[in-house]
Design a protein around this ligand. Sequence first.
Ligand code: PMP
Length: 436
Amino acid sequence: MNSMTDLNTQTNDALMARRAAALPRGVGQSHGVFAVRAENAEIWDVEGRRWIDFCAGIAVVNTGHRHPRVMAAVRDQLDRFTHTCFQVVAYESYVRLAERLNALAPGRTPKKTFFMNTGAEAVENAIKVARAYTGRGGVIAFNGAFHGRTMMTLALTGKVDPYKKGFGPFPGEIFHAPFPDPLHGVTVDDALHGIELIFKNDIDPNRVAAIVVEPVQGEGGYLPAPADFLQRLRALCDRHGIVLIVDEVQTGAARCGSFFAVEHAGIEPDVITLAKGLGGGMTLSAVIGKAAVMDAAVPGGLGSTYAGHPVAVAAALAVLDVIEEEKLAERAARLGETCRARFEALRARFSCIADVRGLGAMTAVEFCHDGDPKKPARDVAEALKAEAAKRGLLLLNCGSYGNTLRLMLPLTIQDAVLDEGFAILEAALAAVAGDR
Ligand code: PMP
């Protein structure tokens, strides 16, 4: 298999068979499709078939596949150098990107930033910084949270099947509180009471280093954290000297209507983790935080061979330009309104839609049989995904029961492509669900 021509004679099915023989089954795949090319919100596969992409590589290409500005920045960097290891021989672009993110982070306290490769690494390092700063060990996360697949981030992740199954034991001193979920009867008071119970039953608050929260739970079902929940978490952390880490790996880089989703709550986190959309398709994550917290780790305590890779940093600088110039935060807010209005119209037609929710362009519908939250309808979400795929639209589900359809549109998606994709989604739902 040594040329594109050879690759193009392959079918998706044949490649899926080779994949199954060569890869462990633990590496899942949502769609039996092999890509050869992508542009903005469209992907073409090995069989020459065109797909409309409502997944964006799991909320990564916020600026679309192969944004020309990002591609030009990558090419330019490739012509200069690809790797020195920042901790060995540095480059100005890394410092410039840190300066720009420090300026974008909410609040007036001076900030500092360093880079890693993946979202999980960013969260791991946020915990390291919080522990170094507080001299404490405990960490509180939330039910349904997703923070990654490394051992510490798996410990923080609040879903066993499939992420944690068979992989324990995990690091200790990690506790989970309920996350507000109005559809399933969990209020903000319940969630905060859950933390008080952890303080009562499990760990003294003065031994807790950090609370980690997603401003909108991503894999957990596109559940927005209410603004007053985040404000009260901020106050609780202040009261006990706990570092508040806001995990913006999926919500950041303009996806939710502002550069950071947490801006909707008007609070200043101590530490923010960012990844996915930041690199515009290249591998990059960031840990951004209050300077005093970030400086707690000793010299040499942070970093990795590839972290803040020059090509990814060049891409990210272009991504920030594109977000600014094309006003992608505003566009995310408008896209969200459009999608939610279309989903609300569908709710009137289909009894299986129990909820329509989201923040900015993170929009989701939760399917339950007869609209009853106690009867999660994963089968409807899976059937819709399969039916939409037959018609050329790529969708993904999420949520504790896998019964939530989430939209992860490239924020640059053309109106016509969005319209075409939504029409497929609506027709596919009509085919699998049947009207009221
Ligand atoms: N945190 C959140 C909120 C995420 O959504 C994800 C990925 N879905 C991660 C962390 C882990 O990121 P990565 O897969 O890049 O390690």
